[in-house]
Structures are given as C-alpha cells and as structure tokens.
Ligand binder design. Structure first.
Ligand SMILES: C[S@@+](CC[C@H](N)C(=O)[O-])C[C@H]1O[C@@H](n2cnc3c(N)ncnc32)[C@H](O)[C@@H]1O
Length: 266
C-alpha cells in the first residue's frame, strides 16, 4: 500500500474542520430562523392580559355608530415613516394624550409621534422626547445579554438630527433631548409626567432602564405605554411578560402596545 503523504492528511483535517465550522453556523442560523418563525406565527395567548379599546379609557366607549367622538384626534398616517406606529396605534396614543400636560417619549426617530402628541395635548403642554444623536452612537451602553439584532436596529434608527415637527406650530411644545437614555438623569421630572412612551432601544438592559426612569417620572395617575410587545422583539416581550407579574399591564387589542395606568392611592 502506498505511503499516505503528510500534506494530504493536513488537507483532509483542514477541510473537515472548515466543514464543521460551516455546519455550526448554518445550523445556528436555521435554528434562529425557526425560532423567529415559530414566535411570529404563535396562536397562543400572550402572557400580558389583552383588553379591548373600551377598557383602555372612557374616550374609547363604543356608540351604535362606532367609536365615541371623544376619541377624535389630530392625526397623520404612518405611510413612508421610518419605524412608524400603525395608524391604529397612533390614534390610540393621540387620544390618550388629549389635554395632557406633560408627555415623555423614549426614542424620537422621525419625530412624527412627538408632533402628534403636541397636536393633541393641552395648549400649554410640554412634550419631552429623547433620542440618540447620530454623532453620539459610541455613547450606548448595551448589556452583555442584549439582543444583537435589536442592538443593530437601535443604532440604525439613530439617524435623525432634524425632525418632522421642525418649522411647525407643534415645535414650541417640544423639548428635544439628545442623550443615551441610560445616561439621562430624569430627576428634574420626578412624579410630573402624565403620559410616557417607552420606544427607545428594544434591548433588555435598555427597556429595563427606560422603564425604571419612566416609573420615577410618572404622576400618581399617569400612564406608561410600551411599543413592540411582540415575540419578534424578544427582549421587550420577555421583559413585559415578567413585569406583568408585579404591575397590572394591559395589552391593547390589535396593537403592539402595552399600557400601565397608575392608580392614585387614597
Ligand atoms: C422605534 S424608534 C422610535 C419611534 C418613535 N417613537 C415614533 O413613534 O416614531 C427608536 C428610537 O430610539 C432611539 N434610540 C435607540 N437607542 C437609544 C438609546 N440608547 N438612547 C436613546 N435613544 C435611543 C433611536 O434613535 C430611535 O430614534
């Protein structure tokens, strides 16, 4: 039998090793896609209690003709808007902000929602909206366990330095804050914000930190809303499922919004 040349052994070992590495990455990718697909098409109930609009606020009471005129809002559709809310979500948020004095939004993006808040809130309202400046991306402090896909999305969406409301009447109500949300000190707004929208980085450590700050800023009877309660945003989904064990959260039907209304202690 002829001698087995050493180079052939090395070549075989190298190709086997490369095949194993490729198999590892392909399997990992396939498992991830399968997990995402399963989550996206789940028919089981989500853990946060789902509620109809009528339960969300009295302005959504149904009449025989449809929603009450109390739910009428000033509104712009989401067509062509980056990271937009659905039209139903915008309507709900706008109706909840009617006549409210102070709103705080984590995550401005295009600024369309900040504009809609300002168009519906009280005439002397202040709308605080916080976002990461595109020149400040290095300021982020992602945690080790943060979902990689949503880390990348948070960075990609931090591309705005001018906003939808610029040059509009709404602008005089809007207080734009450029900051990484973990570095933002909310102390000056403690207990003074009526409506808070948590829609910044959709990773575990950020949604947890933003929620802690939101609870500090909230008035005694204020409302917090979170966006992207869905299995495709796994860190937000898991965090809100856990939070619902200690706070009475509601998942608003046919939206990705979760709401908490603080009840004044008597
Ligand atoms: C989903 S978009 C917000 C959409 C917006 N609320 C709306 O309704 O149009 C997420 C926003 O969070 C901001 N963001 C991401 N990471 C952040 C961070 N670490 N600190 C502050 N803002 C952040 C992004 O710049 C982006 O503007």
């Amino acid at each position: 039998m002829p001698d087995w040349p050493a180079w052939l052994t090395v070549l075989l070992l190298a190709t086997n090793l490369l095949s194993l590495v490729a198999l590892f990455f392909v399997t990992r990718r396939m498992l991830k896609l399968r997990r995402q697909k399963k989550r996206a098409f789940t028919f089981s109930e989500y853990p946060v209690r789902k509620v109809k609009l009528e339960e969300v606020a009295p302005c959504f009471e149904m009449t025989r003709y449809g929603p009450s005129p109390d739910s009428e809002v000033r509104f712009i559709g989401g067509e062509g808007v980056v990271a937009s809310l659905s039209d139903r979500e915008s309507w709900v948020m706008a109706a909840l902000s009617k006549n409210v004095k102070r709103v705080f939004e984590f995550g401005t993006c295009s600024g369309k929602t900040a504009h809609v808040f300002a168009q519906n809130a009280a005439p002397d309202s202040e709308i605080f909206t916080l976002t990461l400046h595109p020149d400040d991306l290095a300021a982020t402090e992602f945690g080790l366990g943060d979902d990689k896909e949503h880390r990348d999305i948070a960075v990609a969406e931090s591309s705005f330095e001018t906003f939808y409301y610029n040059g509009q009447a709404s602008e005089k109500h809007i207080r734009q804050i450029f900051s990484d949300s973990k570095s933002y000190d909310e102390e000056s707004l403690r207990g003074s914000v009526d409506l808070i929208f948590v829609d910044g980085a959709h990773t575990r450590s950020y949604v947890e930190s933003d929620t802690r700050k939101a609870l500090n800023m909230l008035t005694d009877d204020g409302v917090i809303l979170w966006h992207d309660y869905k299995p495709d945003a796994p860190d937000v989904f898991a965090f809100l499922n856990e939070l619902s064990k200690t706070l009475p959260l509601m998942h608003i039907a046919d939206t990705d919004l979760v709401m908490y209304r603080r009840v004044k202690e008597s």
